[in-house]
Design a protein around this ligand. Structure first.
Ligand SMILES: C[S@@+](CC[C@H](N)C(=O)[O-])C[C@H]1O[C@@H](n2cnc3c(N)ncnc32)[C@H](O)[C@@H]1O
Ligand SMILES: [Zn+2]
Length: 489
């Protein structure tokens, strides 16, 4: 947060569920046809040729975030702070006046979807739409993908992570059109399910998404995506999504693209894919598979954009209260293998084999010695994200267990895996390049929660208010007060 221009939200009872991403929230896009890099330039320096940058905070509560957009992002010329409760609206009005941003921030008391539907006309669309609900944003996606301008940015928070990450697969399907699985890479899967859902919504209107930054922080997912219009790119979407076969015995996963991508010169075809990529049982441990997805299987971040955020943070670190935390997160994100969806974790693999854990750097070195790439994931401190096939992963572990023998039950997945001889000879000597830069620099990569009881408080109780509130009672109404409740719907 820019200390000197900090907005005063003290009157407000309601707080954002994603305060930790505040420092990220200020990066928006110019009105139209911009790339991520152009976007950054536009935001840093107001430019005469740049069209108006307008922001809609669709679920604004106190309006504190809208005030910050107005005060902290020079290129922003207009903000609409909207919330359908009268109490929130009144708080917003006070906060806007208190911070003297009346010329830029307009309070609004409308149902968010209705407001966005009224801004589908390209002349009325917003450059940036920020959606930060309690729980799932799914009911706002259809209107949001239509109300954002060409090349504009959607900034969306999901706090229903248990739905997206496999605890409630049936709810996930009803809200997002995908089946989530309970896997160690569940948080990354949750991000990818959400992006797939967003893409589906956009595709209905000949639009498609380009993710700039997608992160899972503490208890929520936050994504920043650009939205563009292109019927030909929409056809491509089939080849950007995959189903997942995850082994119920050893968690080995295999991706099945929904469509092939045949692009030769001007000829572009996306026929249905051939499959499945697995037999009826797992080649490593003999167990059956669970089927999940579809997930977004393209990159979830624009690495150039993420690096530009890091540069900005480095240049102006004195302005950001949580600079160390954000830098750690962004550094790890920038190191993730962009073309490898999902990951394994060291503890999960060792649990399966009942073996001791190798040193992380030694294990990373073993993959690199075999000619494969390996990275961490910001979603898990013990993540192993690699382009090595599952067979190589398990062969490396077979070599490890030869050095550190284990006793396993004869019928267990471990016994089946270890009954096979490895086809390679793995070396666990630590390589210098196995240590990722973010670790060498001792960045705050996976910081503890900043304070006790960190996380969302109970949802504010609904009071009698506007007609708009009544219109939307199915979205926000009900007597449930905890986000967790929403997750079990
Ligand atoms: C988590 S709070 C928003 C926090 C805010 N973005 C911030 O950074 O402080 C969610 C808000 O959305 C409002 N809300 C929920 N459903 C809505 C809807 N359909 N239309 C408009 N506002 C809605 C609630 O009244 C609540 O104030
Ligand atoms: Zn298996």
């Amino acid at each position: 947060m820019k200390e000197k221009e900090k907005a005063d939200g003290s009157e407000a009872e309601l707080r954002s569920s994603s305060d930790a991403s505040e420092d990220l929230a200020m990066y928006e896009d110019d009105k139209a046809r911009s790339t991520a890099r152009q976007t950054r330039n536009v935001l840093e320096e107001p430019h005469e040729e740049v069209e108006e940058v307008s922001v809609l905070e669709a679920l604004a509560a106190t309006g504190v975030r809208s005030v910050r957009y107005a005060l902290e992002v020079p290129a922003v010329s207009r903000v609409v702070a909207n919330d359908f409760t009268r109490e929130a609206y009144n708080n917003m009005c006070r906060n806007i006046a208190h911070n003297r941003v009346e010329s830029k921030v307009t309070p609004s008391c409308r149902e968010a979807s209705m407001l966005m539907y009224e801004h589908r006309d390209p002349l009325k669309q917003f450059t940036v739409i920020d959606i930060d609900p309690y729980g799932s944003p799914s009911v706002f996606l259809d209107s949001a993908v239509q109300a954002v301008s060409e090349g504009g940015v959607l900034c969306i928070t999901c706090t229903d992570t248990s739905v997206l990450c496999g605890v409630y697969p049936e709810t996930c399907y009803s809200k997002y059109g995908s089946v989530s699985l309970r896997l160690k890479c569940g948080h990354e899967m949750g991000i990818r399910i959400f992006l797939s859902s967003l893409e589906t919504h956009a595709n209905r209107y000949k639009r498609y998404i380009v993710p700039l930054l997608s992160s899972c922080i503490d208890f929520y997912i936050r994504v920043f995506v650009q939205v563009f219009t292109s019927p030909s790119q929409v056809k491509r979407s089939l080849s950007k999504r995959s189903m997942i076969y995850a082994c119920s015995g050893c968690d080995s996963h295999h991706l099945q693209l929904l469509g092939k991508r045949l692009e030769v010169g001007a000829s572009k075809k996306y026929p249905a894919a051939s499959g499945p990529p697995v037999d009826r049982t797992c080649a490593e441990c003999g167990s059956t598979f669970k089927l999940g997805g579809p997930i977004w299987s393209e990159p979830t971040n624009d690495v150039g954009f993420v690096r530009s955020l890091l540069e900005e943070l480095e240049t102006h670190k004195q302005d950001y209260e949580h600079a160390a935390r954000v830098r750690g997160l962004l550094a790890v994100v920038s190191e993730e293998l962009p073309d490898v969806p999902l990951h394994y974790t060291l503890d999960q693999i060792c649990n399966t084999l009942h073996c001791t854990m190798p040193n992380m750097l030694a294990l990373r070195s073993a993959f690199m010695e075999q000619g494969y790439r390996i990275s961490i994931s910001h979603t898990h401190a013990n993540a192993l994200k690699t382009d090595a096939p599952n067979s190589v992963l398990w062969d490396i572990m077979r070599c490890w267990v030869k050095m550190k023998p284990v006793k396993v039950k004869p019928t267990s997945p471990a016994a089946v895996i270890l009954s096979k001889e490895p086809k390679i000879e793995a070396s666990f000597s630590v390589r210098k390049d196995a240590n990722p830069p973010s670790r060498i620099q001792k960045l705050a990569r996976f910081p503890e929660n900043p304070e006790p009881n960190w996380g969302p408080k109970a949802r504010a109780k609904r009071k009698a208010g506007t007609a708009a509130e009544d219109d939307q009672s199915e979205c926000e109404g009900s007597k449930r007060s905890k986000i967790q409740d929403e997750n079990t719907e």
